[in-house]
Design a binder for this molecule. Structure first.
Ligand code: FES
Length: 141
């Protein structure tokens, strides 16, 4: 039996690794930062805004209209609408479905519930009900 070991730097040096599972010559682009409520949050290229926030230790970034309960990533796949944020002035975007891009200005915690139909023309597309922010379900949780 062949046992492989990691050769590069990292927290798991020496751990067995099957070479077929390694990234093939992957050369990830350098990290960048986005602004979230004025604070810099690091982003690995390709991450969603939700993933970047989670990676930065942020677990909730808005509250429910009724009861003020904290909300952040819940489903992580675009179904629950708990993760709404405003990105570059566009409200009601699902953080879990929105790729972070250099220079993005994200605001959280309010205004998302007024939503996509509020005259700005912004929409998350596909009639996803973003304007309600999932509020119809909030009272039941
Ligand atoms: S976490 Fe459920 S829609 Fe984003």
């Amino acid at each position: 039996m062949t046992v492989w070991h990691r050769s590069g730097p990292g927290p798991r040096d020496g751990a067995p690794v099957n070479p077929s599972l390694r990234l093939v010559r992957a050369r990830p682009e350098p990290e960048f930062e986005i602004s979230v409520d004025g604070a810099a949050v690091p982003v690995v290229p390709g991450q969603s805004i939700g993933a970047a926030l989670y990676g930065a230790g942020v677990r909730s970034w808005r509250t429910t209209r009724f009861g003020g309960r904290p909300r952040g990533l819940f489903c992580g796949i675009g179904v629950c609408f708990d993760c709404l944020v405003t990105v570059n002035g566009v409200p009601s975007l699902r953080a879990c479905q929105t790729e972070a891009r250099p220079g993005d200005r994200v605001t959280t915690g309010g205004g998302e519930a007024q939503g996509a139909g509020g005259g700005g023309g912004a929409s998350t597309g596909a009639g996803d009900g973003a304007g309600d922010g999932g509020g119809n379900r909030e009272g039941g949780r």
